[in-house]
Design a protein. Structure first.
Length: 301
């Protein structure tokens, strides 16, 4: 075996600002799910989601640190810069969601009926969950593309927005399956088709960037992504008009929340969530289109 001519271990993976941020992510993540598993406790879909977020992010962070420390990432068929940037953005979104959900559903001021010890463990877990979010957000801040810098596409504003767009689409899908009654009209079914199409294409764009396979495509990837983003803006603009009309106009739906609608199981609530995040994603795609005019794709970093 030939010598690589360099050190076998990359100490910068744990001593650089980004490396320190990842060590903090690993520490805070392990502490958070350990506190919850030991005494804090969790239940229902909300608690399971939070535990999944903390354990998943912890596992991938350990994998990234190990690969960079041992140089094993050079053996993987991935665009490592794109992969780490995409994961950092995804982990930031997932961790902030868990940091909001867990204390909202499991933390209380008084000790009854769970007991003071359990309450204290849940409060501590919530604090470390917040610190975990800060650690991932710090990595995104440190690794984002700077003006004039040649970097991975996923580290640019446009690349990071792709992750946020997909995450927002997942929120929309969650509201859709929560008795949103989207099958009531063909128009609302069109909106679901828009959400699904844009989500799938966005995920494909991220996947090609992360795997570094963009150069193998027979069409210009950069131009195709910009054209798709423009199309996504038009599609989301149509959904932003159609969905509120067919859900909140008195001719088709209800402009106000029905008084007898059960909390947490009301179609009107789901429709409102979908409407709000439709506008959020429309704004994200518009920003993406604006920033995509100022970048050049780099798939092999």
């Amino acid at each position: 075996m030939e010598s690589t001519g360099g050190p076998y271990l990359n100490t910068a993976a744990v001593t650089s600002p980004v490396g320190i941020a990842r060590l903090l992510q690993m520490t805070f993540g392990c502490t958070t799910f350990s506190l919850v598993a030991h005494q804090g406790g969790f239940s229902a879909a909300y608690g399971t989601f939070c535990m999944f977020v903390w354990t998943f992010c912890f596992a991938i962070t350990v994998f990234i640190i190990a690969c960079e420390f041992t140089h094993l990432h050079s053996c993987l068929s991935l665009s490592w810069g794109n992969f780490t940037a995409a994961f950092a953005m995804l982990a930031t979104l997932m961790s902030v969601t868990a940091a909001v959900i867990y204390p909202l559903y499991f933390v209380q001021v008084g000790c009854y009926p769970i007991g003071c010890e359990v309450r204290d463990f849940r409060i501590a877990a919530s604090v470390f969950a917040g610190l975990l979010f800060v650690a991932y957000a710090t990595e995104v801040f440190l690794t984002r593309a700077k003006p004039g810098q040649v970097t991975s596409y996923m580290a640019t504003i446009s690349g990071l927005l792709k992750i946020v767009q997909a995450f927002v689409a997942c929120i929309i899908f969650g509201a859709l399956v929560n008795d949103s009654q989207y099958g009531k009209y063909v128009a609302t079914q069109w909106c679901v088709a828009v959400y699904s199409f844009c989500f799938v294409v966005t995920v494909v764009v991220v996947a090609f960037s992360v795997t570094g396979k963009t150069a193998l495509l027979w069409f210009p990837f950069e131009r195709s992504v910009v054209i798709y983003t423009f199309g996504a803006v038009l599609l989301y603009a149509s959904a932003a008009v159609i969905w509120p009309v067919f859900c909140f106009d008195s001719k088709y739906g209800s402009p106000r929340r029905p008084g007898l609608c059960a909390k947490g199981k009301c179609p009107w609530d789901s429709q409102l969530v979908i409407a709000i995040f439709t506008y959020v994603n429309l704004l994200l795609y518009v920003l993406d289109l604006a920033y995509s005019q100022r970048i050049r794709f780099v798939s092999h970093i």
